[in-house]
Design a protein around this ligand. Structure first.
Ligand code: NAG
Ligand code: NAG
Length: 480
């Protein structure tokens, strides 16, 4: 039997791409997806980011009062600056291909509501095993995730939770890669899926419990109703349709409460640089941006809002006899729901502003580190120690470009290459996959403007994985 290696690279998009056939579940060719991927630095959101960063460095607000729309915390390209376009913003949720179907007994679902619903609507393969290209296509088309963020998220999932040989990854637990064979020659085990703790899945998430919280019984996948009810209460228990209840501010407040709850209840609470800081902090923002419905305001401009009805659907909550019931894996979108305009996609640079705003709301949210074995023992890792003095926390808090650069250096450049040793038997292929698909989008965003992103001082820095080792909750981080 002969195996082909469908190695995907997104480097040099629009110029030459090395692409061979991808065993695509959705019938989407890589070229089709790649055409929509534009990583160039003259993208409007990058330009807006460079300009905003300059303003912030000069003491300006992270999110200046929006000129249009209800929300003050907006994406760099504010959806409200576009006329509502019903056709462009409509998503097929009713055809046989895309109607809601609850997962079958063999379908994989996991801790991320957005991914679960994409599978329930057939935008990801309904089995719950998807691919790099299908994942990029789905989160862009349905949620309006920008190309660089879509690529970065999917590539991380493939490298850490999937199989680079066929570009597959799972939205929940382990799976057998369909194009096995050569896989066993490359990976040390089966691909683990995003359930794997401390890779994507992390502590203090929106409505899931922590894996090591004694109260969770090891369940970090299912929705925890008390956390969900807290979120509803943060929104004032407002169940009126069409109102922007779950704003970015409300989600940040909730995130802050979840963080302190974990510190106070989970002796092994741990927040890693990527899965913790970038993913779980940004995830609160993802909800308010991606679950939101969109409509026209009085003047025909786009109005983005997240009301309780749409929040329920997104989190798999059903109202039965007046009671809220969680149905595991049955997250959905309500037919007639409209996504944000694609021109106001939410991108990697928006993550930097999100984290900065989070830190200004509650500085704890920008720390990484963990409890040291007892509750309320949180010890944060020092940015200066980690980087060998190249960065410091005060600097990160003043400048979103500096922050994005630090996250890139810590989360990708420093950590990932050392972690691959643990997952992959041979590094050749995964190294080029990594630089083309994961480093590329990060490095373009981190180096935007005339602002080269400085690496850590290799002689003075401390090793991040070694620093993680003092936290008992860091178990699961590859290499710890
Ligand atoms: C929201 O409802 C809960 C009961 O589910 C109640 O305990 C809480 O006080 C309410 N909060 C607000 C702000 O109305
Ligand atoms: C979403 O907004 C549209 C108007 O743009 C409206 O027709 C639809 O009913 C809303 N859907 C949901 C699920 O809120």
């Amino acid at each position: 039997m002969k195996f082909t290696l469908p190695l995907l690279t997104v480097a040099g998009l629009g110029l030459s791409t090395t692409v061979s056939a991808l065993p695509s579940f959705a019938g989407k060719s890589f070229d089709e997806v790649a055409r929509g991927l534009d990583l160039n630095s003259d993208r409007p959101e990058i330009k807006a980011f460079v300009k905003r960063a300059e303003e912030i460095r000069n003491g300006g607000p992270i999110y200046p009062r929006a000129q249009r729309g209800d929300r003050d915390i907006t994406a760099l390209i504010n959806p409200a600056t576009f006329k509502f376009n019903d056709e462009e913003q409509s998503i097929d949720l009713t055809s046989d291909e895309h109607k809601f179907i609850a997962p079958g007994p063999n379908d994989i679902r996991g801790p991320c509501p957005g991914l679960n619903l994409l599978a329930n609507h057939g935008y990801l393969d309904r089995s719950g095993v998807t691919t790099l290209t299908q994942g990029i296509d789905a989160i862009n088309k349905v949620f309006g995730v920008g190309p660089d963020l879509a690529l970065a998220l999917n590539a991380y999932a493939v490298i850490f939770n999937g199989n680079i040989l066929d570009g597959t990854w799972s939205i929940g637990g382990p799976y057998k890669s369909k194009s096995l064979g050569s896989l066993t020659n490359l990976l040390f085990g089966d691909p683990a899926g995003i359930n794997a703790h401390n890779v994507y899945e992390g502590d203090a998430s929106i409505v899931r419990q922590d894996l090591y919280d004694p109260a969770s019984g090891g369940n970090n996948v299912d929705l925890h109703m008390p956390f969900y009810e807290e979120l509803l209460a943060d929104g004032g228990n407002n169940s009126q349709d069409g109102v922007d209840v779950f704003t970015p501010e409300v989600m940040l407040k909730h995130k802050s409460a979840r963080w302190h709850y974990s510190v106070a209840n989970n002796p092994r609470f741990f927040q890693s640089a990527f899965g913790g800081l970038v993913v779980t902090t940004a995830a609160e923002r993802f909800v308010t941006e991606f679950a939101a419905n969109n409509t026209a305001d009085a003047e025909g401009y786009n109005r983005i809002y997240l009301d309780e009805k749409n929040l329920h659907a997104f989190f798999g909550i059903y109202k039965e006899n007046g009671k809220l019931v969680y149905k595991r894996g049955q997250e959905r979108l309500i037919p007639g729901w409209k996504r944000r305009p694609l021109a106001s996609s939410f991108s990697l640079v928006d993550i930097a502003l999100t984290l900065l705003a989070a830190a200004r709301t509650d500085p704890s949210l920008l720390s990484f580190g963990g409890n040291t074995g007892t509750v309320n023992s949180f010890a944060g890792l020092d940015v200066g120690d980690l980087s060998g003095g190249v960065f410091n926390l005060a600097g990160l808090l003043k400048d979103p470009q500096e922050l994005l650069c630090f996250l890139y250096q810590a989360g990708i450049e420093e950590l990932v290459p050392t972690q691959l040793n643990v997952l992959y038997k041979s590094l050749g292929q995964v190294t080029s996959y990594l630089s083309d698909n994961l480093k590329a989008p990060w490095s373009k965003a981190a180096n935007s403007g005339d602002n080269p992103c400085r690496p850590f001082d290799q002689n003075k820095k401390i090793n991040i994985l070694d620093a993680y080792k003092k936290f008992p909750g860091a178990k699961g981080v590859p290499g710890v």
